[in-house]
Design a protein around this ligand. Sequence first.
Ligand code: CAO
Length: 435
Amino acid sequence: MAGIEEIKVPDIGDYKEVEIIEIAVKVGDVVEADASLITLETDKAAMDIPSPKAGRIQEMKVKVGDKVSKGSVIAILSAIGEAAAPVAAAPAPAPKSEAAPAPTPVAEVKTFPTEKTVTAPTKPASDHLAEGGDIYAGPAIRRYARELGVSLALLAGRGTGQKGRLLRTDIEKFVKESLQKLGNGEGGTGTALPKMPSIDFTPFGEVEVSPLSRIKKLSGVNLHRNWVVIPHVTQFDEADITTLEAFRVAEKATLEKEGVRLTPLVFVMKAVVAALKAFPNFNASLDPEGDKLYLKRYYHLGVAVDTPNGLVVPVIRDCDQKGMKALSMELAEISERARKGQLKAQDMQGSSFSISSLGGIGGTAFTPIINAPDVAILGVSKSFIKPVYEDNAFVPRLMLPLSLSYDHRVIDGAEAARFTRYLVAQLADIRRLLL
Ligand code: CAO
């Protein structure tokens, strides 16, 4: 290209005075031939106007909102490497309109990088948007998505146009599907995420397909929702259960004769009830609108039970009104029914707080997922002997690790730390549970 050249709007059919909705380049940018310069929007469609040749943008003659017709000057392009010259001095014959590339419907163009060089739409794989993800879409399509409040990141991999380009219809399909999910009660949280890609693993090695159990599929949906919707924080603490354990072991044999299996969990349940009475915000549910709390005057504890088919959380009611023996028996009975798959829906309803104990298995701590509509859950790990410094000497103490996950919308960190400290005090001296 010799010198400089005016770039004009080519033949755009019957359209006149069409509004510019987006400008993809700025003065100083180097553009490749066919790279889009501006986007026009008629009442029916959006179209990108590409550069007829490569060069450097010396001057922009239009701005967003301007109305243009065939022949309107868009920009002044100078040959790369040539010194910029004033337009008036340049021998810049307007290109014949038939020589200019035709405007491209928006569905047929790519996203422009915003760096110095604006490339032609030939390599979709290298397209990136500021919002992240590989999206192959024109400016008008991006604008359309913005207008509908759809994050482009959510549209990754959904383009059905040529080479995976995103079309207007793809956005509309996405919106429709999202609304349908809302209607079905799924994904009504504004937190829709891009779908996991379906991967063929066989090129990597032998694979066996094992369907998820019904319980896993059902609980998976709830676990996912709770994990995504509730801002979880987990507070860790340790309770000295040396005296508690001495008492439990001393009573164990006698109780077993009565058919009672006394495990540390029952003490934890009683301590939790005491803590819930002292900290009512933990024995509550948050209204879905997030503007009020339902404070419960009952103490029904959900207890996570590991079954061959997956995790279930039956509820033991009125734990405040039951003694340790009764709680032990009920826990044994309900976990037995859970493992045999005999729980009814109502057995798993109405909890006001939940406990997940992995103490019989092992581990030091974990971050349990809140069992909504509860606002907190206590994880219990395996007790262990720890040297504790007391009266100028280390003494072996049996410590019980506690992991309290709580809904940070309802409970502050300080409140959670006080709750676990309270629990620790109850468990350290079980006489307090009598108070
Ligand atoms: N530390 C040390 N030992 C513990 C313990 C702890 N925190 N908790 C239990 N134990 C001991 C018990 O005392 C018992 O030993 P003894 O028979 O010698 O007394 C043994 O471990 C097995 O206990 P258990 O697990 O059968 O009984 P439990 O009352 O502690 O728990 C139940 C009952 C139903 C909660 C449990 O069997 C279970 O299913 N736990 C898994 C829950 C789960 O999967 N949670 C993860 C959910 S994801 O968040």
